[in-house]
Design a protein around this ligand. Structure first.
Ligand SMILES: NC(=O)C1=CN([C@@H]2O[C@H](COP(=O)(O)OP(=O)(O)OC[C@H]3O[C@@H](n4cnc5c(N)ncnc54)[C@H](OP(=O)(O)O)[C@@H]3O)[C@@H](O)[C@H]2O)C=CC1
Ligand SMILES: CC(C)(CO)C(=O)C(=O)O
Length: 320
């Protein structure tokens, strides 16, 4: 592990699950001063550290971990990487405000449309809020243990805050964020429009996250069956149509690229499948309800996606 440079920004991981644990461990190994907020796994991680079993990087272990059970005990952090589920965003603002250093940047490493919006109104206006889109396959296999299946890229875009009207400053902040990830050996690109980027990511998450729960299977079985292939393609086409209706240009070839990419992937169970299996709330508002209502407001109905959402809502309500 590299020594912490004197001018190095301090990083706080808010929610150390699969995403928070993976990126936090990679940043700590690269020499950054990383502080981890945990909930149910605090005792295990304090005692045994964090482990990532990666099909890309091998077995990685971070011990000791600067772990906290309470935000009030954390030092002020310059970057706050949020790895909680979007289902808890409404309650998260006080925690973020408590841990943020002056001029802090908060990055929501979450899936879904406009997950930043419900947080924004409860955060101090000066705080910079960024969206972080993670193209990665990770899940927790035990307390403090993360399985990394594939990929790793994080794309960043400025959402709101003190630099909202200063393009140069916005760009500098997003590029500084991407540079942190680069230093940890992780691909990262700055995105000019975070709303558009979130629509892009939904092209994959809308079909695969929900269908993994409904069909109780991973990508390989879904891609091997004619009827699920057809349904996946139809759902992808609906997301592209909705994005266009909402004013975001997704190239006609994009859905085909996502479909082809999935054919080359090893079998993969999306995070919604793991949530279902562990009886955790599903991220239905961010991945389904919000895009559906944005599309409807733009005059666009998405019948397959609405049916999938209705079925998932039933499953979610009966799963706890
Ligand atoms: N997993 C993946 O491959 C990908 C996930 N994403 C997105 O990333 C986000 C995170 O997903 P993922 O890492 O899989 O989820 P996990 O369930 O693995 O991690 C969430 C973590 O946040 C913790 N947490 C929640 N609320 C609090 C709180 N108030 N204080 C402290 N800790 C808290 C949870 O603790 P506890 O154990 O107590 O519940 C858990 O450790 C989601 O939006 C997901 O859609 C995006 C791309 C890929
Ligand atoms: C599909 C994948 C693995 C890559 O785009 C992903 O990012 C997700 O599960 O949300």
């Amino acid at each position: 592990m590299t020594a912490v440079a004197p001018h190095s920004p301090r990083i706080g991981i808010i929610g150390t699950g699969a995403i928070g644990g993976f990126y936090g461990l990679m940043l700590a190994r690269a020499g950054f001063d990383v502080h981890f907020l945990l909930r149910s796994e605090y005792a295990a991680v304090s005692a045994h550290g964090l482990r990532v079993n990666s099909k890309v990087h091998g077995t990685l272990h971070l011990q000791p971990v600067q772990a906290y059970a309470r935000a009030a005990d954390m030092p002020p952090c310059d970057w706050l990487l949020v790895g909680t589920k979007s289902t808890g965003n409404l309650e998260l603002a006080p925690t973020l405000a408590q841990v943020a250093a002056p001029d802090a940047k908060v990055v929501l490493l979450q899936n879904g449309l406009d997950v930043e919006d419900s947080l924004r109104e409860h955060l101090p206006p000066s705080l910079h809020l960024l969206g972080g889109l993670c193209y990665i396959g990770v899940h927790r296999s035990g307390p403090g243990v993360v399985e990394h299946e594939a990929l790793g890229r994080v794309n960043l875009g400025y959402h709101s805050g003190a630099a909202a009207n200063d393009e140069g400053r916005r760009t500098a902040i997003v590029e500084a964020g991407a540079a942190l990830f680069h230093q940890a050996g992780i691909e990262s690109q700055a995105m000019a429009n975070v709303h558009q980027a979130r629509w892009h990511k939904l092209v994959w998450n809308v079909p695969f996250n929900g269908l993994s729960v409904l069909l109780k299977t991973g990508t390989t079985a879904m891609m091997a069956d004619e009827s699920s292939r057809e349904l996946i393609q139809a759902l992808m086409a609906e997301v592209v149509q909705a994005a266009h209706a909402c004013g975001h240009d997704i190239p006609a070839s994009y859905a085909g690229q996502m479909f082809a990419m999935t054919e080359t992937m090893d079998d993969y169970l999306p995070s919604m499948y793991h949530d279902y299996m562990h009886k955790r709330p599903l991220e239905l508002a961010a991945i389904y309800a919000r895009p559906l209502s944005a599309a409807r407001a733009a005059g666009c109905e998405l019948p397959r996606m609405r049916a999938l959402y209705q079925a998932l809502s039933f499953i979610d309500r009966h799963n706890r």
